[in-house]
Design a protein around this ligand. Structure first.
Ligand code: GLU
Length: 468
């Protein structure tokens, strides 16, 4: 059997990390088994579905490189087919027309509430003769729920889950206005798309019992279900904006790499021994549903950041350079020029070791591409005291005479200068750093000087002196 999975988001908001993890599990499961992975946009709720949300979902999936097979299916284009299935069920006697008025239904709900019973449709039109139908009521179609026994689902994550059939009511599958309900649409689409495994959040577990009703009434083979526990925040509550970023594209903006994000999401609720670093290839090789945990996973921003720092060290330099240049342009309004890019490329090795995210990397790298005079931050400004500037003016004299502008040549000159003055290297290196980078932290100062070149280094020192 070819494994066919799907990701079926409702486009009513951003792509949440929970959704991204569902997509990832479906993608990995299909790739592990050499199967197919489909995308279905569940846009039947026209009021809440938006173009922006569709774009955010597609953009998020592309960024995470979770490619889907074939064209995305838009559920809203399939309503006629869904309605046809409702009518088939009607004809075969597995469903019936219900002529209840909204008032009657409201009464039913009120009575249930008063008596402390769960709200359920009482089946009053199930066996009633349609000739008794009141005039002017457009009937809904309801499916006949099983009355006795229980419904059992062998869930691949939750194990055997069962519900007494008396808990299930005759749900509406086609509304009075002829539109199918979500519960029907999902089932018909899963069948038509040949879905063999439905992997999704366990907030859909109760829906599964209702969906199974439709599969069984139609005599269709039902897919296997795997309901994965939701993601919680550190406090144990369902992960929400209150905890920090939750939208995948927000994580991208914050400077996380897609491979770090996928690795982290994979480890949230799934494990392979003690392995923490699991690149895509290994994930495809190892992923299966039997190692998905049954308890809610807690989202840990620090862990994600730690993984991100790891992938940042592995990433291709040219890719980092593009990312950093793009971010610097967004921060400053100016694309780094050729000279700036050259310096960024030369400095990338020293910069990436100190950064955990692309955002940090770009912030730390910015001084390489900045044009003179550079703006010192508050800490740098403090380092540039009148005495320190005097020292820098002297040092500039020695540097001007230095014929060897290699990292080691510069180091030798600066050290000799400090020795001659009888001061610690730090006393000159820190103001130097402040003058050259505008900050109190940076890669090794001799590396920075070598990369900036003598003219730029001396120019930046002169600017600091002139500025005060
Ligand atoms: N559209 C549903 C959601 O976004 C998912 C339905 C499903 O996976 O069956 O929550």
């Amino acid at each position: 059997m070819t494994v066919v999975t799907r990701f079926a988001p409702s486009p009513t908001g951003m792509l949440h990390v929970g959704g991204a993890r569902t997509a990832l599990f479906n993608w990995l499961f299909s790739r592990h088994h050499g199967g197919r992975f489909h995308l279905r946009i569940e846009d039947t709720d026209r009021k809440r579905s938006t173009e922006e949300a569709i774009e955010a979902i597609l953009g998020g999936l592309r960024w995470l490189e979770l490619d889907w097979d074939g064209e995305a299916v838009f559920q809203s284009t399939r309503l006629e087919r869904h309605a046809a299935v409702a009518n088939e069920l009607l004809e075969s006697g597995k469903a019936y027309r219900c002529y209840c008025t909204p008032e009657e239904l409201a009464e039913m709900r009120e009575a249930a509430k008063r008596e402390g019973r769960p709200i359920r449709y009482d089946g009053r039109w199930r066996d009633r003769d349609p000739s008794e139908a009141p005039a002017g009521v457009a009937p809904a179609i309801r499916i006949k729920a099983p009355i006795e026994d229980e419904t059992v689902i062998e869930d691949l994550v939750q194990g055997e889950v069962r519900v007494a059939n008396e808990q299930l009511d005759d749900m509406v599958i086609l509304r009075g206005d002829g539109t199918p309900t979500y519960m029907l649409s999902v089932v018909v689409d899963d069948l038509d798309m040949g879905i063999t495994h439905v992997i999704r959040g366990d907030d859909h577990l109760t829906n599964a019992f209702r969906q199974v009703m439709v599969f069984r009434a139609m005599g269709w083979n039902e897919p296997r279900f795997a309901h994965i526990p939701l993601i919680h925040g550190a406090d144990g509550a369902k992960l929400s904006k209150r905890h920090g970023a939750v939208s995948v594209l927000e994580f991208r903006e914050q400077g996380f790499l897609p491979e770090a994000m996928c690795n982290y999401l994979l480890r949230l609720g799934w494990g392979h021994g003690d392995e923490e670093i699991i690149p895509r290839g290994k994930a495809v090789e190892w992923f299966d549903l039997d190692a998905v945990g049954r308890s809610a996973a807690r989202f840990d921003y620090a862990k994600l950041t730690h993984l991100n720092a790891h992938y940042l060290q592995q990433a291709d330099e040219a890719r980092l350079l593009d990312e950093v240049a793009r971010r610097i342009a967004a921060m400053t309004g100016a694309e780094p020029d050729a000279e700036g890019r050259k310096r960024l490329a030369a400095g990338m090795g020293g910069l990436r070791m100190r950064a955990r995210t692309l955002r940090e990397l770009a912030e730390n790298a910015r001084f390489y591409a900045a044009s003179r005079p550079i703006e010192p931050n508050d800490k740098a400004r403090k380092l540039l005291s009148p005495e320190a500037l005097e020292l820098l003016a002297d040092l500039a004299g020695s540097l001007r005479e230095n014929p060897d502008w290699s990292e080691s040549g510069i180091e030798e000159t600066v050290k000799a200068f400090a020795d001659a003055k009888g001061i610690k290297l730090g006393s000159v290196a820190q103001p130097l750093r402040a003058a050259l980078t505008g900050s109190n932290v940076s890669p090794g100062i001799f590396e920075v000087m070598a990369i900036l070149g003598s003219a730029e280094t001396l120019g930046r020192i002169e600017d600091s002196i002139a500025q005060t």
